[in-house]
Design a protein around this ligand. Structure first.
Ligand code: ADP
Ligand code: MG
Length: 252
């Protein structure tokens, strides 16, 4: 069960995602590394936010706090009225399976499961009756109709990433987190994956996409740049995000 919203600290009228004074430090031996320092960030539902910055600046750490995979050292992370810091590990795991779709740079598919089994897995784990028809539709949506019964190692990198996107959509999450989703793909496969991200955004998902590629960030409705664990710039696209017709066509 999700925690009761009142006891989980619902704050009426707040943005979809609210980070306040978030700090994350890692202790390695006697050294303490400040991966995030005093980060304040509000994100509205339906935004496509790109997080840009060099390796080591804290991008993945930030995503891990947003998915509840990790907890801040101090500060608060609220999503959709839920204060993640007040949730138990079990509550976080259940919430994540239902509310968040995650796409990684190296796909992270289960190597012994076929494409369609990978897509059905989150449905099974969330106790939702695994729906073969829905998994088939999701694979069609990402252009992999014929490859449902292939194992990950029988698929190209771009195809594996498209399976991962179908998997991320399995439980109809409102929030999609993507960590360098095109970082390991050639440009054609990368464009196609971005086209699918644009489709998810158009369908109303909130998208948070980490990248160190300015060209990738340009498609977002808002771009924040990070350096040394801090947000150093925050800019919005002109009016609407710019998933061009070309990009959406690339998805097909
Ligand atoms: P990015 O994704 O922008 O490359 P990360 O968020 O992965 O950066 O890392 C930010 C900083 O935190 C880096 O200095 C990294 O070495 C450090 N870091 C990340 N995860 C850990 C960890 N589990 N243990 C120790 N240090 C870590
Ligand atoms: Mg990273």
């Amino acid at each position: 069960m999700l925690p009761d919203r009142d006891t989980a600290g619902q704050t009426g009228g707040s943005p979809f995602i609210h980070l306040a004074a978030v700090t994350k430090s890692y202790q390695t031996g006697r050294r303490s590394i400040a991966a995030l320092q005093d980060v304040d960030l509000d994100i509205s539902a339906g935004e496509w936010l790109a997080i840009l910055g060099p390796s080591g600046c804290g991008k993945s750490t930030l995503l891990n706090l947003l998915s509840g995979i990790d907890r801040p050292t101090s500060g608060t992370v609220e999503i959709d009225g839920l204060d993640l810091s007040r949730m138990s590990e079990d509550q976080l795991a259940r919430w994540r399976r239902q509310a968040v779709g995650i796409v990684f740079q190296f796909f992270q598919l289960m190597p012994t499961l076929t494409a369609i089994e990978n897509v059905r897995l989150p449905m099974d784990l969330s106790g939702r009756h695994s729906q073969r028809d829905r998994a088939v539709r999701l694979l069609q949506q990402v252009g992999l109709d014929g490859l449902a019964d292939h194992l990950p190692n029988e698929l190209s990198g771009g195809e594996q990433q498209r399976v991962a996107i179908a998997r991320a959509l399995a439980n109809e999450p409102a929030l999609i987190l993507a960590d360098e989703p095109t970082g390991n793909l050639d440009s054609a496969a990368g464009q196609r994956v971005l086209g699918l991200v644009a489709e998810m955004w158009r369908a109303g998902k909130t998208i948070i996409l980490v990248t160190h590629d300015h060209n990738v960030a340009d498609y977002a409705s808002r771009v924040i740049e990070m350096r040394d664990g801090r947000i150093v710039s925050d800019r919005r696209g002109t009016e609407h995000p710019t998933p061009t017709t070309d990009l959406l066509r690339a998805a097909g």
